[in-house]
Design a protein around this ligand. Structure first.
Ligand code: FE2
Ligand code: FE2
Length: 240
């Protein structure tokens, strides 16, 4: 069992987990090597659209789980409001994702809500369900740690790497991928989203709290790692 003496110890442990299970995982390595086909990238874009459009629901579930106090729910609502383009429909993240989706899967029709007409893989449903089920029974601190340490803490780094991988020339031969969804999240949104959660988490300084934060964060981070791994398998099943 990890022995956490500071908040930074918890961050380090999550960082190691993310490095090993996501950054060094099969999906990310193959993506960065340019070793997927355009067809496989298209499948990734279609599947991740489900994760992306369901993410606001997880923030809503987190708001349900935290204390009914402004300093707990307002940071989550702030994060959620980014998903809604801060009120501007032109900037809905579903629409922002759609700019990527249509560049990667131009032949797949999407409806007026930007949802593609395409079957959803159980691995992305599982990742969303895991998060929502966890939040249904989480304590306020567990909920904030699940969103903060289990997602926002490393989302910028992971999405930045995905943006980088998608720009590989191999994926941009027959069409040019629009990676703004990924780069905007990496550079602007995620660092701020994490800070919003961290401001609350840092108020807890008992080693028992650190343990609890790590357990919640690592549980959700591992679930995301399994999603990327499952997507890798689905993409490989399409053939090369
Ligand atoms: Fe977003
Ligand atoms: Fe975020």
């Amino acid at each position: 069992m990890n022995d956490f003496q500071s908040y930074e110890d918890v961050e380090r442990a999550i960082d190691e987990l993310v490095e090993k299970e996501i950054i060094q995982g099969r999906f990310m390595r193959t993506l960065l090597d340019g070793a997927f086909t355009e067809e496989q990238i298209k499948e990734f874009a279609l599947q991740y659209s489900y994760y992306s459009r369901n993410f606001p629901r997880t923030l809503g579930a987190a708001i349900m789980a935290v204390l009914p106090e402004d300093d707990w729910w307002v940071p989550l609502a702030d994060n959620l409001w980014d998903e809604g383009g801060r009120g501007n429909p032109e900037r809905y993240h579903s629409r922002l994702y759609w700019t990527f989706l249509t560049s990667a899967a131009p032949d797949v029709p999407t409806n007026e809500k930007y949802v593609p007409d395409w079957p959803v893989s159980p691995v992305v449903e599982e990742a969303i369900n895991t998060l929502i089920q966890f939040l249904k029974v989480a304590t306020p601190l567990e909920a904030m740690a699940a969103i903060g340490l289990g997602s926002e803490f490393f989302a910028g780094r992971v999405m930045g790497l995905i943006a980088k991988g998608l720009q590989h020339p191999n994926y941009n031969r027959s069409r040019k991928l629009d990676v703004r969804f990924w780069s905007i999240h990496a550079d602007e949104h995620e660092p701020r989203h994490y800070q919003l959660c961290k401001d609350v988490l840092k108020r807890y300084q008992d080693p028992k709290d650190y343990q609890l934060m790590y357990r919640a964060g690592s549980y959700i981070a591992r679930s995301e790692a399994r999603m990327y791994d499952g997507l890798y398998e689905r993409m490989m099943a399409i053939g090369r």
